[in-house]
Design a protein around this ligand. Structure first.
Ligand SMILES: Nc1ncnc2c1ncn2[C@@H]1O[C@H](COP(=O)(O)OP(=O)(O)OP(=O)(O)O)[C@@H](O)[C@H]1O
Ligand SMILES: [Mg+2]
Length: 251
């Protein structure tokens, strides 16, 4: 399968501390890839490197290569704004802007220069539709986004990314603050989004990884110890440490 992201020989340092060690990871287009592993193993660091968010942290250093559609994301000629538009991120805590639902969605397209009212209207409609919020929100687009239910806020944050037409959605434990029903709702949404996007998700919830992803990577102490098709990781892990983790022996 065609890899949309190809990570090779990736090392990452916070000061002298090495948080990622020689990571190799290939992410096929239109797949959901889950990263699992105990707290502090480097999952969030890895997904943040993929859209160069870690560069905001002083004293950090990255070595190795990440290709996005065959081109280096570290190429000095590429624009970070464009990169983050193509590779968007959803966080643990839903973080809509304290603006109306409509303004949240229009924010990104406006920053990227969209001024046409009809086009913006269409983007709001399509983005909310993509996250299955249009029917419930279409008559209250002026409502403040921060007043929505937590899972609606998380959907809105995904819609806000979709509004700028990304290729990849990075999700760092997107359901960790949601109840089980809302979690299942977001998982169904992810399955639908996979038709158009590629998703890299960090999760502590192994059932979630098993349910939603096609490929799973198990990380430990900054290394990607095992990476393969999700059913294989959960039924026949090759590494004893993966086995220990998925059977709940640590983490
Ligand atoms: N800003 C930072 N400065 C220094 N060290 C950091 C920083 N952020 C993370 N680390 C360290 O890097 C390592 C990996 O952290 P990271 O947040 O990527 O782990 P994680 O797998 O996402 O953990 P969790 O499951 O708890 O979210 C940890 O040892 C952490 O303490
Ligand atoms: Mg994390």
């Amino acid at each position: 399968m065609e890899a949309i992201i190809q990570i090779s020989n990736l090392d990452f340092y916070y000061g002298k501390f090495q948080a990622l060690k020689n990571i190799h990871l290939s992410i096929p287009k239109n797949s959901i890839v889950a990263l699992i592993g105990p707290s502090g193993c480097g999952k969030s660091t890895l997904i943040k490197v993929v859209n160069r968010m870690t560069e905001l942290i002083p004293g950090t250093r990255v070595c190795g290569e990440i290709l996005f559609e065959g081109k280096s994301i570290f190429d000095p000629k590429i624009s970070i704004t464009d990169l983050r538009k193509k590779i968007g991120m959803v966080f643990q805590q839903p973080n809509p802007f304290p603006l109306s639902i409509r303004d949240n969605i229009e924010y990104g397209p406006k920053i990227h220069g969209e001024r046409d009212k009809n086009k913006l209207e269409q983007i709001v409609h399509e983005s909310l539709d993509a996250v299955m919020l249009w029917d419930t929100m279409k008559d209250k687009l002026k409502q403040k986004a921060t007043e929505l239910l937590p899972d609606e806020q998380q959907r809105l944050c995904i819609a806000r990314l979709i509004a700028v037409e990304p290729d990849i959605l990075l999700m760092d434990e997107p359901c960790s603050t949601l109840d089980p029903m809302a979690t299942l709702g977001i998982e169904e949404l992810m399955e639908k989004l996979r038709e158009k996007y590629t998703i890299l998700i960090v999760t502590h919830n192994m059932q979630q990884a098993a349910r939603v992803s096609q490929y799973t990577g198990f990380m430990l102490l900054g290394e990607l110890l095992e990476y393969s098709e999700t059913p294989l990781i959960f039924s026949k892990p090759k590494n004893k440490k993966t086995d220990d983790y998925i059977s709940g022996h640590y983490g």
